[in-house]
Write a protein that binds this ligand. Sequence first.
Ligand SMILES: Nc1ncnc2c1ncn2[C@@H]1O[C@H](COP(=O)(O)OP(=O)(O)OP(=O)(O)O)[C@@H](O)[C@H]1O
Length: 246
Amino acid sequence: MSETQNIAVEFKRVMKSFGTKRVLNDVSFHIGQGQALCLLGRSGTGKSVTLKLIMALMQPDSGEVWVDQENVVGLDEQGLSHVRRKMGYLFQDAALFDSLTLYENLALPLHRLTKKPKPEIQDVVHRTLTDVGLGADGAKYPSALSGGMKKRAGLARALVLEPKILLADEPSSGLDRITASEIDELLMRCKTERGTALIIVTHDVHGARRIADRVAVLDQGNLVAFGSVDEVSQSENEVARKLITE
Ligand SMILES: Nc1ncnc2c1ncn2[C@@H]1O[C@H](COP(=O)(O)OP(=O)(O)OP(=O)(O)O)[C@@H](O)[C@H]1O
């Protein structure tokens, strides 16, 4: 397989502004299937916008955004829903329905978006909950879960449709170091056991150093460093170097 066939997400010369404020300036990078990319940068440097462009929740002003061999820029609704099915999204707040149990929260997208029969859905939900350590908690409502359990539940929700690409916005924010490490472990298992590509926005440098195959550092709209943790640690760019070695 050529390198191109293995690319999970690629930005080609992406520009994005809001009014007169340029948020992404000629940004290009790519990440392969089964690899983890951590997006680092100070607040307001375009990390969440990058995730939204990958999900095609917004469009760039120019440039291309490739997801699993498809340029999502300018796709029609049918094309977009096809390409979005390849992606799971771990929201900061887990995005669970409070009125549904954990089990029901996970079963819902399977009922809506697949033709799987009920017994298979039960199996998939149970397996996914077990994978994140919540196998015994399916009957609980989100309000009964701790912060760490909610994050794991959000991860299970993002994984239940078996996405090729998982996007995560600050998966360990608000968690203590030990619980944050547990989430990091789960993310790494997604990558190694499921071959999922991970794109993670994070301020947690400690976690990024463990998980990332590639690190991208955004600063004032520019991609100022891209490479392995070691490469970025030796970057000529001071902001990037400081961020990764802090
Ligand atoms: N829909 C929008 N309309 C106008 N401006 C926006 C919009 N979305 C983002 N921005 C602006 O784009 C810039 C980058 O925002 P983004 O949310 O990507 O930052 P971030 O790097 O994720 O920051 P943080 O680490 O604080 O979450 C900010 O100045 C923000 O105000």
